[in-house]
Ligand binder design. Sequence first.
Ligand SMILES: [Zn+2]
Length: 623
Amino acid sequence: MSFTLILKVRICGKSLEPFLHRGHPAFLTLSKSPQLPTSGRFLCTRDLNQGGRQTDREKRGQTDRQGGIKSSPIRQGQGRSWGDAVGGKGKSASLRQKPFLPTSVFAAGNAKRTTDWLKRKAAMASKEKEQQEKKKELERTRNTVKVQPPARPLPAAEWKKLRESLGNPERFDIHMLEAILHLEGDLDVAKSLLTFVALETGTLPYGVLLRYLLICVHGGHDTEVFDVYEIMRKSFPSVDTGACTLFIKSFSRTERWREAIDILQEVKKIFLPTTRNYGDIISAAVQHGDMTTAWALYNELIEKGLSPQWETWDALFKGRKKTNKEEGEAMSHAEQQEKLLGILLSMRNNQIYPKHSLASTIKTWFESLAGQNWTGSWTSITQEGVCKCCGSALESIQLTDEEYQQLKHRVMSDVIQGRDVFNKTTPQELKRFEMFVKKKPAFDVVVDGLNVANMTLDRSRMAQTLLAVVTELELQGLTILVLGRKHMLNSTRSWDRKDMNLIQQKAHCFFTDDMSEDDPFLLYATLNSGNHCRFVSRDLMRDHKACFPDEATRRLFFKWQRGHQLVVYGYVTAGTRVRFQRIPSYDTIVQTAGDSWHIPYDDTEDRSTYEVPQRWLCLTKKH
Ligand SMILES: [Zn+2]
C-alpha cells in the first residue's frame, strides 16, 4: 500500500506551488499555520479519487513498506510463561556439594560468566570471525547511512545540488531520512527534504512518509505526528500496522490518548496488536486516572495470550494520585489492590522475576497501602532457605508427592512416549531399557556418562573423568546408574578398558545405540526411581521443557530439575575428590504467606532464562 497522498500532490501540484516556493521549508511553514485544515497545512485540501494510479502506488509502496516496518522501533516484548507449583519438603542432600549457592548452574549470571570464559579461551578462533562480522557491519552501515544530513533546512535547489554532489544515488531521500533518524537530526531538515521530494517528483512515496513519521515519533514531535495521521486517515481506507504502532505510541503520550484506543480497534481487525501497543495505552490511561480503561485493556492483553511489559506493570503499580473529583469515579482501592496482587500471583504462576526497578515500585506500593503497615526490605536467602530479613522459611525446592506424580506422568507421556523421542531412538531400545530398569533396584543417582566424560578437554582422560565422578558417588554409598553409548565399550584412547571395567563394577550401566538420544533414558530412569533420585549432567534439557504444552508442567519440570540435577563443580583433577554444585533447598519463585511476600528479582542483566535470581524483596506486615 502506498499513498493517494502521492496522487494528491500530483493532482494538486499547481495549488501547492505557492507553498513550496517560499524559499524555506514548506512543511515547517505549513504545519505552523493553524488556520488551515491539517491536511491542507501539509499538502492540499482537495478531495481525491482514491482509485487512481494504483499501479504506481503498489509498485513503490510494496518495497518501501517492508523497509518501513522493519525499521520500526516497536518490538513485541518477550515474556516467560511457565507453570505453577508449590513446594514440599523432600529428602535432604547427603552429597558433597560446593557450599556456595551462587555458583549453581542456575544462579543468575552464571551462563554469562561461563560464556565469557569460553570466549576468552577461544579468543584466537573467534577473532577472525569477529573481524569478519565487524567488516560486514561496516558494510551495512556504509550501505544504509552513507549520507550526512545538512546542519540546516535546505531549499529545494540546494537539496538537488547536494544530491548531485553525491552522484545522484538511488533512494537518496530514504537514506537521508534514515541518517536524520539515526543521528537524531533536526526535524526541520527532514521537513525541507520532504518539500524537495514533493516538488521534484510530485509525489511523496510511502517509505519517505513513514520514515518522516519515525523521526517525528522518535523525536517526540507529536503535533507533526497528528498531521501525518490526519493525512493518512483521510487519504486511505486503512493504514498499515507499522504506522499504527507509531501512532499509538505518539497519541498515548498526549492529551489525545483516547484516540489511540480507536487506532487499536482498527489494528485488531487486521492483526494481533503487540503487548507494547496495549502497554502504551494502559500507561496513558493510568496517567490520566482512568483505571477502569487501564484494567480493561490489561485484561484484554492477558486474554490474547500476550505477556505484559515491565513498563505496563510498573505503570499499574505506580498508579496516579487522584484528584478529589476523580476519586468518586475511580475503581475502589480494594478492587485495585486485588488486581495488583493478581499480577504478583501471575508472576508466580509464570515464573517471572521482576527487574529491580519494578520490585522497587512494588515495594513502594505495599508501603503506601493505608492502614496496612507493610515494610519492604532488600534481602537474600540462606542456604537453608531462610529469609535473612524476616527469618521465615521459603518454599522447598522439592516437589510434593502429588507434584512429583503429576510430573512423572507427564514426562512419561510427553517426553518418553512422545513421538519426537523416536526420531532419535527406537521403541525396541526403549523397551530393552524398561526391562533393564525393572530388574534393577531403584537408583539414587543417574549419570549422563558421555556428558560427564566430555567435561574434560583431554580426549585421553574421558573414561578417567567419568570414573572419578562414579567413584565419588560410590563413596557416598549411592546406588548409581551410568547411561552410556555402545562405542564407549570399544577400548580406544578415549575409553580405556580398565577404567570402563571399574565403572561397571561400581555402577549399573546401560549403553544405548550410538545414535540414540540420552535424555529420554536419563529422565525415565531418574523419575522412575522416585522423588529422591538425582541425575548428574551439565545438559540443561531446555528442549524437553519446551515439549510440555502447559505452563504448569514446564514450571514443575524446571523446579524438579533445579532440585535434582547435580552439576560437577569445576574440573575433575587427579588426586582430588569430585565436588558438586550445591542444590538449593528452596524454590526461587514469588511466594506469599498472607502477611508476608517474598519476591525474587533481577539485579543483573546477565541472567539466562534457565537461571534464577539471587536477590529478594521481603515484604512483611506488622500487626
Ligand atoms: Zn523475609
